[in-house]
Design a binder for this molecule. Structure first.
Ligand SMILES: Nc1nc2c(ncn2[C@@H]2O[C@H](COP(=O)(O)OP(=O)(O)OP(=O)(O)O)[C@@H](O)[C@H]2O)c(=O)[nH]1
Length: 369
């Protein structure tokens, strides 16, 4: 079943099926039992590893590494299953402003002109930041996958995703749209992939033309920043909120590459609400589409369970215990403690802290196995 799931690239919520086959070495925690839907079978132990280094490959002690690797994998599978239940009762997150509908239509037209398509995703949530229709839109078109915000995940996460995509035969580049890492490699790869275009043109007696590369992806994943970094000029509007780019725009990079910046597109209806909540946590969807308090509460519950963060990190930062594994109570307590009872402000603080990396370099997804 796990093989089927990974080959279908199903979103994390569906990975819960794998749990059935997983021989977890987890212990029951009374607090998690009281609140966690999946805990009726076994609730994972909250493992506090701390620091920036991800526990993806377990600790350095080789005797323990395989066991801890398996346990942590199980923790993640449990977490994905619980996330599904946590999000079930919430107001669905949906965001489809007018400019996205317009872009989707125009982009399909422009795709015909592209020699290569560069799909940008958020490295913290690579599975949740791909459009379900992307494969059908692109067909056999040459394609490069960029996992941007590489600075926001650990080296171990990066290696795990690199292995996962490489095994699937997908060309993947990690980039940093703020500092420009990966951009030169991206332009070289785009030109190399599309080199055949001018070979064909020459054979027909036509003059060579620049390679056309379209940059597509979800909102706020860093598409415009990547182009600006590559051009070393602010040619495309970029800002820390989704939906800044409103128009398709072709820009020229040197003599032989043309890039299309496009507004972020997401589906009209997001059926996977676990993915939607992750988009909200990572600020990859318009803020009006979700309840900040609900999203922050879920983030707290996630962070408490993520091996490299844990309840201790939350306690240390806010001086508040994660009681009964309830993120909502945590937000309310923080509101009383720091914001005169304003839950919205407290929730916003937690989300902002996560987005600024105050809890370390955290990927919210793991490659399916
Ligand atoms: N930490 C970090 N921030 C980044 C990175 N790339 C982009 N950003 C920031 O992310 C925010 C969004 O970047 P944009 O380039 O506007 O994203 P976009 O995909 O064009 O967004 P839309 O206009 O919604 O389509 C900006 O504040 C960037 O500075 C990165 O690699 N790391």
């Amino acid at each position: 079943m796990a093989v089927q799931l990974s080959s279908l690239w199903l979103p994390s919520s569906t990975v819960s099926v794998k749990f059935v086959h997983c021989r977890c070495k987890t212990k029951l925690s009374p607090t998690a039992l009281a609140t966690s839907p999946s805990s009726s079978s076994s609730a994972p132990t909250i493992q506090i590893v701390g620091g920036k280094k991800s526990s993806w490959h377990g600790n350095s002690n080789s005797n323990d590494s395989f066991e801890s690797y398996q346990e942590e994998e199980c923790d993640w599978v449990d977490l994905d299953a619980d996330l599904y239940y946590w999000t079930k009762s919430l107001r669905p997150v949906q965001w489809y402003p007018g400019h996205i509908a317009k872009t989707e239509k125009e982009l399909k037209e422009q795709l015909k002109l592209m020699d290569v398509v560069i799909e940008v995703r958020d490295a913290r949530i690579p599975l949740s930041t791909t459009h379900p229709q992307m494969d059908s839109w692109l067909g056999n078109r040459k394609r490069i996958l960029v996992l941007n915000r590489e600075d926001m995940i650990s080296t171990e996460d990066r290696n795990a995703w690199a292995t996962y995509f490489t095994r699937r035969g997908t060309k993947v580049i990690f980039s940093n749209g703020q500092l420009g890492m990966g951009t030169m490699k991206l332009s070289r790869l785009a030109k190399a992939l599309a080199a055949g275009v001018n070979v064909k043109r020459r054979a027909k007696g036509l003059l060579p033309r620049p390679v056309r590369a379209g940059i597509v992806g979800y909102p706020n994943v860093g598409k415009s920043s990547l182009i600006n970094r590559l051009l070393k000029r602010r040619m495309c509007p970029a800002a820390p909120r989704p939906g800044v780019t409103r128009e398709l725009k072709w820009v020229r990079f040197g003599k032989d590459l043309e890039l299309l910046d496009s507004p972020g597109i997401i589906p009209m209806r997001i059926s996977d609400q676990v993915a939607a909540i992750k988009l909200a946590i990572c600020d990859d969807i318009g803020e009006r589409s979700y309840d900040v308090t609900d999203v922050a509460a879920i983030l707290v519950q996630m962070l408490a369970r993520i091996p490299t963060v844990g309840a201790d990190a939350l306690q240390k930062r806010y001086k508040i215990d994660v009681d009964g594994n309830s993120g909502k109570i945590f937000v309310q307590k923080l509101a009383i403690h720091l914001f005169n009872g304003d839950n919205h402000q407290a929730a916003f603080r937690i989300l902002t802290d996560f987005r600024k990396g105050k809890f370390g370099w955290i990927s919210l997804e793991r490659p399916p196995r």
